[in-house]
Ligand binder design. Structure first.
Ligand SMILES: *[C@@H]1O[C@H](CO)[C@@H](O)[C@H](O)[C@H]1NC(C)=O
Ligand SMILES: *[C@@H]1O[C@H](CO)[C@@H](O)[C@H](O)[C@H]1NC(C)=O
Ligand SMILES: *[C@@H]1O[C@H](CO)[C@@H](O)[C@H](O)[C@H]1NC(C)=O
Ligand SMILES: *[C@@H]1O[C@H](CO)[C@@H](O)[C@H](O)[C@H]1NC(C)=O
Ligand SMILES: *[C@@H]1O[C@H](CO)[C@@H](O)[C@H](O)[C@H]1NC(C)=O
Ligand SMILES: *[C@@H]1O[C@H](CO)[C@@H](O)[C@H](O)[C@H]1NC(C)=O
Ligand SMILES: *[C@@H]1O[C@H](CO)[C@@H](O)[C@H](O)[C@H]1NC(C)=O
Ligand SMILES: *[C@@H]1O[C@H](CO)[C@@H](O)[C@H](O)[C@H]1NC(C)=O
Ligand SMILES: *[C@@H]1O[C@H](CO)[C@@H](O)[C@H](O)[C@H]1NC(C)=O
Ligand SMILES: *[C@@H]1O[C@H](CO)[C@@H](O)[C@H](O)[C@H]1NC(C)=O
Length: 330
């Protein structure tokens, strides 16, 4: 190999390492691991779901209606206290016109939202423990009142039974490989073209993914329907990769960094009494706003976020249904 060739290879290697691809792709797994025995659901996951997540089998010639369904999250889980936060849960409904049977499909946290958002700090030695799995749940029936009273239930497409069955295969693969829930989206700034560092992976991203898959399978959507989704965004300058649990908290890890991460997550321990939760949330506010630090967990790895204004924002933005023609202004 000539010196020039070596130099070219070296340069290519340097560029590959330095030019991180943003957003960082959400990691897919070969299969879903067992959850840690510590993780216990306050509300059981998918209590009325089909055993093993089996999907109903349709006849190829069936006509299946598809619905976009939305409901405020906090209302039905935590009472009115948090109802004023505009956090909307998204789901998909299906109705077989031949049988008249209908189904609800949603993707959500196995151990509730707070557990997916913050890790548990159990001792002053161990790394935070994450109960952050999320999964798809399909059950019989659509509770029209639940979705339409304070949210919405809108028909968005009609598909064939054949397309539904193809979608069912995809849902199983997606469910076995996309195993963890990610609450936050992370961007560089509020502008629409701002750099996206990390994508969320939540109930809404599942619905968007599924609609796009249906579009790929040939479904025609009623693109007059406007579909908006909740986004919870953190704002930071370019994130810095720190490592995973073993490289940070293992024997060769950086003890200072390990302590900083534990201290950060200690602020967000839901199982403490309310006054101390409030106190630590205020401390967290100091860390985030005054020191501009966030230790972000993504793909089971930690990243440092140099936080900046407006720090955190909740928005309700449109992601159009597949097939909408771009309107170009003259
Ligand atoms: C979160 O996980 C912990 C530990 O398993 C569990 O006790 C708690 O009920 C879960 N849910 C919430 C909302 O904290
Ligand atoms: C997705 O995975 C979860 C967790 O293993 C399981 O309970 C659920 O039935 C699966 N859902 C589908 C639609 O396969
Ligand atoms: C399916 O059933 C609904 C409700 O009965 C009806 O509005 C719709 O026209 C039907 N679609 C087809 C293609 O049969
Ligand atoms: C779903 O089925 C139930 C029970 O038959 C019915 O009450 C409800 O109106 C149906 N909803 C939709 C959107 O098809
Ligand atoms: C809709 O909101 C009202 C007022 O907050 C509440 O009383 C009602 O139970 C809600 N309906 C559903 C289906 O959650
Ligand atoms: C991030 O946003 C800042 C302004 O807040 C801008 O100066 C900078 O170029 C942006 N960086 C990237 C990588 O987009
Ligand atoms: C498409 O959606 C619009 C807006 O919700 C609605 O007015 C219209 O009736 C729908 N068209 C069909 C064919 O369902
Ligand atoms: C953690 O990162 C190291 C170095 O990149 C890698 O060798 C190891 O397999 C990772 N551990 C896990 C559990 O992913
Ligand atoms: C260890 O982590 C601290 C805090 O993040 C950092 O300031 C320091 O440079 C790190 N030390 C090494 C050897 O990487
Ligand atoms: C839906 O999103 C669009 C564009 O993102 C926005 O203009 C509109 O106000 C949103 N609708 C609601 C009800 O928030």
């Amino acid at each position: 190999m000539s010196g020039v060739e070596k130099l070219v290879i070296l340069l290519v290697a340097v560029v590959t390492v330095c030019a991180a691809v943003w957003p960082i792709p959400y990691r897919r797994f070969d299969s879903r691991p067992k959850t840690d025995a510590f993780c216990q659901a306050l509300y059981p996951f998918c209590p009325t779901g089909h055993p093993d997540g089996s999907m109903p089998k349709m006849m190829d010639s069936d006509v299946v209606e598809v619905f976009s369904m939305k409901a405020p999250v906090w209302e039905f889980k935590f009472g009115d206290l948090l109802a004023h936060f505009d956090i909307i849960h998204d789901a998909i409904g299906f109705r077989n016109n031949r049988t008249g049977l209908n189904y609800t499909m949603e993707w959500y946290e196995l151990f509730q939202l707070f557990n997916c958002t913050f890790g548990h700090v159990l001792t002053d030695m161990d790394p935070p423990l994450w109960c952050n799995q999320g999964a798809a749940c399909l059950y019989d029936g659509i509770d029209d009142l639940h979705w339409s009273q304070n949210g919405s239930l809108v028909k968005v497409a009609e598909i064939s039974g054949k397309v539904f069955n193809e979608l069912a295969d995809w849902v199983h693969t997606d469910n076995n490989t996309g195993i963890y829930y990610e609450t936050w989206m992370v961007r560089n700034s509020t502008g629409p073209d701002s750099k996206l560092w990390f994508e969320a992976f939540d109930c809404a991203s599942f619905v968007i993914r599924t609609f796009n898959k249906l579009g790929d399978l040939g479904a025609k959507f009623n693109t007059s329907v406007q579909t908006n989704y909740t986004k919870i965004t953190l704002f930071s300058d370019q994130p810095v990769h720190l490592g995973n649990t073993s490289t940070i908290f293992g024997p060769k890890g950086n003890k200072t960094l390990a302590t900083e991460i534990r201290t950060f997550y200690e602020h967000f321990q839901a199982h403490q009494p309310f006054p101390s939760l409030l106190k630590s949330m205020l401390e967290a506010f100091d860390t985030i706003v005054l020191e501009k630090k966030w230790y972000f967990f993504y793909n089971f790895e930690y990243w440092f976020l140099p936080m900046k204004e407006p720090f955190l924002k909740l928005t309700y933005e449109e992601v159009p249904l597949p097939g909408r023609k771009e309107v170009t202004l003259a």
